[in-house]
Design a protein. Sequence first.
Length: 87
Amino acid sequence: MDKKNALRAGALASGTTLMMMLMSSPALALTRDDGDDPGNGLSVIETLGLYVALPIALFAIIAGLVMVLDRSHDRQARTSSDIDVKA
């Protein structure tokens, strides 16, 4: 019974994907709209810099600022020898 449900779910997912691919028309992307003014394309280096290097650099800067500006002083894990116990 479990295989039947898996087969049904797979058929539904593949059918839905196929219908979405058939309904969308990538050929319409070739026609220009009124007022469309595309600029020059990016080179490979510019694309990698914009979409890979820049986000990594921003993440590193933000993480560094958070670490430097963190004001909490409890950086060490408390162990059982640090805890005072009333006897």
